[in-house]
Structures are given as structure tokens and as C-alpha cells.
Design a protein around this ligand. Structure first.
Ligand code: FES
Ligand SMILES: [Fe+2]
Length: 362
């Protein structure tokens, strides 16, 4: 592929990826093939697979997937009909089979093609060769992940330190219950969104409410990278501040913001046990889908949940404006490379090198 021969060196020196990487169809095609088709991605909640036959549709990057509960097994498939590519399952539900709404090809929960109208009278037809294509699936706590690479190493290898980080917060993942699901779409490149979440250098400037709850000072706010996991830890502020947004008290004393490369975002905020996970998928070079899932325990009141969600929503709305503006600037192409702050934006540097290596690798 045509990339700058010394781009890896420029990245090492603190330059950002070139602006055209945030809208270029060729880069996007390589990302689909070499990043999204090969990495674990959060897709949805395990609670939606609570019965035999329960299923939900989601995406692994650009690839539609359907996750099903088949007896005791959790399975996942490319959610594209082997006949002529209609999406097989939509939303979520509970069924004994998955039937494509176009011509009624019908698949078992094991993915096998069980029935295709007129198959017996249409000559050579081998249903055993036309099952839904499997993808790898794994579960951690209430989160289900998929990887289009069926030969991928297990999910826990990719999660690396993430389970220990979350356990250190005191949250019991088994006690969490899904309390909110919020889908949306946005008009920017997926990397613009991910990079915005990878630094809090902008928090003092652009998130005044957030910065009254979380200590975003460089001395207090920690960054860590381990394999594919890029993490931030921000302690809750203490002391009296009448301008601080109302937040319920609880066992969690430190915010955590994690990205599992490439695009799974998992976070928790100070207060009662909580977890947010974001299923992010690029729909095109400058369009992405996002679904936000929020978990709390049964003991957390609706009023407390409303406070935490209002806190998160305020930050999200501020970020949405920032990311739209960055995409406009990138689309202009007028500034080829940005310049990272090497410490405060170390996670973006790591993310961009992971991405460059994946896109240009074998
Ligand atoms: S495309 Fe699915 S049955 Fe025809
Ligand atoms: Fe932000």
C-alpha cells in the first residue's frame, strides 16, 4: 500500500497519523481487513443471551454479526445470509431458528442451513456447505466480545490486565444488571472518536463539570498501556466544592477509562458499582455507529443512576462537539500531521503505532 516510508519514524517522534488517514477509502479498506477482521471487539451484553434461543445482532467493526445462545453454548456468526447477503437477524429476541426475511432460508442455532425453499427441486444444492460463517465469541463478566478471526487467541489474552483493573475497583461483575442501552450514529472517522477518549489533556479545558468530580491534574491522573489495553485512572476529588455536580457516593473511588484496541471502550466512574461499555463500529470512512450499555447493581436507585448517566451524558455531548470539530479540521487536509504531547497523550501515540503496525503489517 502507498504509505509514507518514514511514517513509523514520524510517529515515534510525536507526529500524529496524516490527516488523510481519517477519510481515505484505501486506509479504511486496510483497517477493515487487518484491524477489524482480526481483533476482539465488544458487541453486546451477556444478559441478552439468558435463555436457549436468545440472540442479538451487532457488529464486529464493519461485519454484521449475530450472537446466539444454543443450549449451554454461546455462538456467533456473520449475520449475512449465504444466499444473497440479506442480513439474517435483526435487533434481539428468542427463536428456535434464524430465518432470513428475504427468501426464508432458515438456519439452526448452530449456524447450519436447515431449510431453503425449493432446494429439493432446484438441482445440485448442498446445504451442508451453506451454513452461517462462524466468528469467535468470548464473554467477560456482563460483556460479550466477538472476533471475526475464528482462529484468534482467546479473549482473555487480549483483555490482558483489564479484568484485574476492574476488580481493583471493588466492583462485582456478577452483581451488575443492564440498566440502559443508548444507540447513536455520528459523522466522523472511528479513530477520531477513539483518540478523543485516550487523553484527558482536554478535560480541564473542555469538561468543566467532569473536572470538578475527577482529579485531572497530571500528577493525579494516571495512564497505562499493556498489550492491546490502553488505560486511564482518575481519582475522585474530595473536599467541598459547591460547583461539583451531584454524584452518589459508593465503593468506587477512581474513574477508569479503558480502550481495548481497536475500538472497544469500557469505563467506570466513582460512586456505586457501575460499568459502561461502548460498541463502536465504523460504517464508512467518516461515519460510525455507537451503542452505549450501562450496568449498575440492583441496590442503586433510579435517582442515583440518573445522576451518573447525566454526568456521563454531559461529557459525551461535550466530546461529540470536539470530535466533530477535529474531523472538520482533518478533512481540510490543511495540516498534514498534528503534534502529540508525549506524556499527556502517550496513549494516542501507542494507539497510532498499533494501528500503523496492523495496517502496514503482513
Ligand atoms: S438472501 Fe437470505 S434467503 Fe435470500
Ligand atoms: Fe472528553
Amino acid at each position: 500500500m502507498a504509505v509514507d516510508v518514514d511514517l513509523r519514524t514520524l510517529l515515534e517522534q510525536g507526529a500524529t497519523l496524516p490527516a488523510h488517514w481519517y477519510s481515505d477509502p484505501d486506509i479504511h479498506a486496510f483497517e477493515r481487513e487487518r484491524v477489524f477482521a482480526r481483533h476482539w471487539q465488544f458487541v453486546g451484553p451477556a444478559e441478552w443471551l439468558d435463555r436457549d434461543g436468545a440472540y442479538f445482532a451487532g457488529r464486529a467493526g464493519h461485519i454484521p454479526v449475530v450472537v446466539v445462545r444454543d443450549g449451554d453454548a454461546t455462538r456467533a456468526f456473520v449475520n449475512v445470509c449465504r444466499h444473497r447477503a440479506h442480513i439474517v437477524a435483526s435487533d434481539r429476541g428468542c427463536k428456535k431458528t434464524l430465518q432470513c426475511p428475504y427468501h426464508a432460508w432458515t438456519y439452526g442455532l448452530d449456524g447450519a442451513l436447515r431449510n431453503a425453499p425449493r432446494a429439493q427441486v432446484e438441482g445440485d444444492f448442498r446445504p451442508e456447505e451453506l451454513g452461517l460463517l462462524p466468528v469467535a465469541v468470548g464473554t467477560w463478566g456482563p460483556l460479550v466480545f466477538v472476533n471475526p478471526d475464528i482462529d484468534a487467541a482467546p479473549l482473555l489474552d487480549a483483555l490482558g490486565p483489564l479484568p484485574d483493573h476492574v476488580a481493583a475497583s471493588g466492583i462485582d461483575l456478577d452483581a451488575l444488571r443492564l440498566r440502559r442501552v443508548q444507540p447513536s450514529t455520528s459523522d466522523y472517522n472511528w479513530k477520531t472518536a477513539v483518540e478523543n477518549t485516550l487523553e484527558c489533556y482536554h478535560c480541564q479545558v473542555a469538561h468543566p463539570g467532569f473536572s470538578r468530580v475527577i482529579d485531572v491534574a497530571k500528577s493525579a491522573y494516571e495512564l497505562a498501556t499493556d498489550g492491546l489495553v490502553l488505560s486511564q485512572f482518575g481519582p475522585a476529588k474530595t473536599g467541598d466544592d459547591p460547583r461539583r455536580p451531584p454524584m452518589p457516593d459508593g465503593i468506587v473511588k477512581q474513574a477508569q477509562y479503558h480502550i481495548l484496541f481497536p475500538s472497544s471502550s469500557i469505563d467506570l466512574v466513582p460512586g456505586p458499582p457501575n460499568l459502561q461499555a461502548y460498541a463502536w463500529s465504523p460504517l464508512s470512512t467518516t461515519r460510525m455507529a455507537s451503542t452505549t450499555f450501562s450496568w449498575f447493581t440492583g441496590e442503586t436507585t433510579d435517582a442515583e443512576i440518573d445522576q451518573i448517566i447525566a454526568f456521563n451524558d454531559e461529557v459525551s455531548a461535550e466530546d461529540e462537539a470536539l470530535v466533530n470539530s477535529v474531523q472538520e479540521g482533518l478533512d481540510s487536509g490543511a495540516v498534514r500531521h498534528g503534534r502529540l504531547m508525549p506524556e499527556s497523550e502517550a496513549l494516542i501515540g501507542r494507539f497510532q503505532r498499533l494501528l500503523y503496525d496492523a495496517v502496514t503489517g503482513p
